[in-house]
Design a binder for this molecule. Sequence first.
Ligand code: ADP
Ligand code: 5GP
Length: 209
Amino acid sequence: MTNSPANATSAQRPETPFCIVVLSGPSGSGKTTIVSRLEAESPVPLVKSVSATTRAPRKHEVDGQDYYFLAPEEFEQRRARGEFLEYAEVFRTGCWYGTLKSELDRARKQSAWALLEIDVEGAQNVMQQYPDALTIFLTTPSVDEFERRLRARGTEEEHVIQRRLETARRELEFANRYQHQVVNDNLDRAIAEIKSIFDNKLRECCEHA
Ligand code: ADP
Ligand code: 5GP
């Protein structure tokens, strides 16, 4: 094993250079599942950005943990004050989602990378502002598999599932704008691939730091 920053122990490792990681992928591609595993297993300290949204919380969701659930008026006020790094109306439902700039500061303070799990529109916006961001598009082996997983998850009603499948088809057209496309066929394999992408990016960041 070489003594590179990526495989140094935490005691030896110099402060991690800051990096924004953008993870997108259609609903049902496994983003939430993979992010929670990465929070525990990432080779780099990682802080998941908590997005703001105007959509209603689901049963198990906790304000400030899963999302900052904002009334549309508050979302608009904060948008007008320039508090968002990016924002988008996702799924064309009238629900807004956005990344607060303060989430990047929260990650920086912890010497961690900021992980943004955001849609393709928000991702384009971040890529323009931060060309050095690490961008990953997650997908499944087929569109039928999105549908199967969405239904198996059982958190959406039929009309919502249909809209998300339409969105998935549109989102797939953006996949090649990301630096990496990872197929979530097998969960452990996909996570190993992302961890290796992180290792390579960390090495690259440290070489240029
Ligand atoms: P997203 O956040 O992208 O909408 P989720 O993480 O909620 O997706 O995953 C959708 C469903 O698919 C969940 O029920 C999850 O347990 C399941 N899932 C995730 N990865 C895999 C995989 N590799 N194989 C089979 N099912 C998976
Ligand atoms: P949910 O299933 O939580 O209602 O919706 C998740 C969708 O909204 C996903 O496609 C996710 O990538 C997107 N999303 C979540 N947070 C943000 C955000 O802060 N900005 C943008 N642009 N999209 C987001």
